[in-house]
Write a protein that binds this ligand. Structure first.
Ligand SMILES: [Zn+2]
Ligand SMILES: [Zn+2]
Length: 261
């Protein structure tokens, strides 16, 4: 088993230490994990609020070893239409194995928070978010995999708690998937949507379409921010991947490694 999306206390919102998270992974029988701490930038917030320092990152992970567990080093970059140069700069901080490119904000507002949902219907909230994802996957080139494509629907402020389904947003989702394929980028199945919206982010129909359009790279991640969530629902996500792709990818030194399922 593999878990390529998790946060530790290196992230502004992580609860478990690096060692606690890694030991939880080993205890659950995971073979390989990747730490993907947040680098989120806001125009109106101090830079240090949602990012980590390279010193903290290195201190947390450089000496960390857990028997039987392969540990990779990455980060989750909050893509915006204006921070392409920032990603290039962050890649110079040290050697990384994996860059998860995620979209959390639209116009400096996290799609998770109540303010984002105020004055918008659910359909508008979903569409505005997907348009931002499309703009970001076009602007950016240096991410490896798009994180939680339909993140917006896991917000507790989504009044219906309905998932964002492929069939309802086919046109714009296809544009996003085609752009990923064109750039040779991958897609993540993020399992944190199960508890929040009852679906993987995104679910199997997105994956089937991604494959149909020529997509090849797929990763899985729990998005755990505390030890008890490490590896959560990963076996179920791997079942979906087994059926659709027959393999899952990990990353080493920014290159995908394919594991048959
Ligand atoms: Zn995220
Ligand atoms: Zn995350």
């Amino acid at each position: 088993m593999y878990d390529f999306h998790m946060h530790t206390t290196v992230s502004f919102d992580g609860v478990g230490t690096a060692r606690e998270m890694a030991e939880a992974a080993a205890a659950r029988g995971l073979k390989e994990i990747c730490f993907t701490d947040h680098l989120d930038y806001y125009l109106k917030e101090p830079v240090e609020k949602y990012t980590f320092t390279t010193e903290d990152y290195n201190r947390a992970y450089d000496q960390l070893e857990v028997p039987g567990l392969v540990i990779r080093h990455g980060f989750e970059f909050g893509m915006t239409t204006w921070n392409k140069a920032q990603l290039s700069a962050d890649l110079q901080r040290r050697q990384f194995d994996f860059v998860l490119g995620s979209v959390h904000t639209v116009n400096d507002q996290d799609a998770y928070i109540p303010e984002y949902w105020q004055g918008r219907t659910v359909q508008e909230a979903f569409e505005v978010y997907l348009k931002e994802v499309l703009a970001c996957v076009k602007v950016h080139d240096e991410y490896d995999v798009l994180g939680h494509l339909n993140y917006v629907c896991k917000s507790p402020n989504n009044p219906t708690h309905e998932p964002l389904r492929y069939e309802d947003y086919r046109e714009i989702v296809d544009e996003i998937l085609k752009e990923l394929v064109r750039k040779g980028k991958g897609m993540e199945i993020n399992t944190s949507g199960i508890d929040r919206a009852g679906v993987f982010l995104p679910s199997a129909e997105f994956l089937r379409r991604f494959k149909e359009l020529g997509g090849e790279i797929v990763t899985v991640g729990s998005d755990a921010h505390r030890p008890e969530n490490v590896g959560k629902y990963i076996p179920e996500a791997l079942e979906v991947l087994k059926e659709v792709f027959g393999y899952v990818c990990t990353f080493e030194d920014r290159k995908p490694v394919f594991h048959r399922l």
